[in-house]
Design a protein around this ligand. Structure first.
Ligand code: SF4
Length: 290
């Protein structure tokens, strides 16, 4: 078995900046993280060990009891930011600039009087933040969910970690089902996500199977695995090296390695090393087969 690493993989600048900001926090016990800083269990455990408070992503309505609240890289709406500030909390804001750009696009489309269609997962925190300031919106995850909307003017944006091909399919379906509407599309899929996906497409051409490293709840990590399967490659999504199962691998395979934008370099290296060790263990089987 051979292992090839994607040219572009792992942590994006947005997550690195958020982690740097949180490293600078001197009193973790006075800070509540507003949801999951990143969708990466290894990082979340480290933050817990440092003494940070956190609230569940699905239950952010209560006012934190600490003096400070940390906004994650996924961002929040202006309405939510105002609610937290009005409660007297001091904000530590690690919103990624590319998420801010998606918010600006949504508000621009709103100000043009458009019904805003967000391509993304309805329950994802970034998407909830994007739509919270909009008077008129729909969230669409798949092309088959697209409708004929009762609005003359439509605007389309996407969750920053969406798959380009999915956005293109949904955009085409919106145009097809709303032939008389004035439609404006602003591409808000972030560049690091596009770079990861393009790198994966090249990798898929060279390999028999793909291992994707990243948090179970990480949207872009899951998207990488889904895309590999769409292109006919078996894909194994693991959070760390302990989840590699030797029975899943074939001795004659060339395996591609990629990782989501919230995966630590140390975790990727550990999985890479474990895959190399696994390849050595499978070598006798390959020799016998010859
Ligand atoms: S995935 Fe993109 S939008 Fe999200 S934190 Fe990274 S760079 Fe920012």
């Amino acid at each position: 078995m051979r292992v090839i690493r994607a040219e572009v993989l792992g942590m994006c600048f947005g997550v690195r900046d958020a982690l740097r900001a949180i490293e600078r926090v001197e009193e973790p016990e006075v800070v509540t993280i507003h949801g999951e800083l990143v969708h990466n269990e290894v990082v979340l455990r480290q933050l817990d060990d440092r003494g940070f408070n956190s609230v569940d992503e699905s239950n952010r309505n209560a006012v934190p009891q600490t003096s400070h609240v940390l906004i994650t890289a996924h961002g929040v709406s202006d309405r939510e930011r105002g609610r937290l500030e009005a409660s007297g909390l001091k904000l530590i804001d690690t919103t990624c600039p590319l998420v801010r750009r998606a918010h600006a696009a949504a508000l621009q489309l709103r100000d043009e009087g458009r019904h805003v269609i967000v391509v993304g997962k309805p329950s994802h925190v970034e998407v909830r933040g994007l739509v919270d300031d909009l008077p008129s919106y729909s969230i669409v995850e798949r092309a088959c969910d697209v409708e004929s909307y009762p609005h003359d003017r439509l605007g389309i944006i996407a969750q920053t970690t969406s798959i380009d091909q999915t956005v293109d399919q949904i955009r085409a379906a919106i145009i097809a089902q709303n032939p008389n509407a004035d439609i404006r599309f602003i591409d808000t899929v972030c560049l690091p996500t596009k770079d990861h996906q393009r790198s994966l497409e090249r990798l898929i051409d060279e390999v028999d199977a793909i291992v994707v490293v990243g948090g179970r709840n990480s949207n872009n990590t899951r998207a990488l695995a889904e895309r590999a399967r769409e292109r006919g490659r078996p894909a194994l999504h693991v959070q760390d090296e302990s989840e590699l199962d030797i029975d899943w691998f074939h001795p004659e395979w060339t395996v591609g390695l990629t990782a989501g934008t919230s995966t630590l370099d140390t975790t990727i290296d550990a999985v890479h090393n474990a895959l190399t060790a696994l390849a050595e263990r499978l070598e006798p089987a390959l020799q016998n087969a010859r």
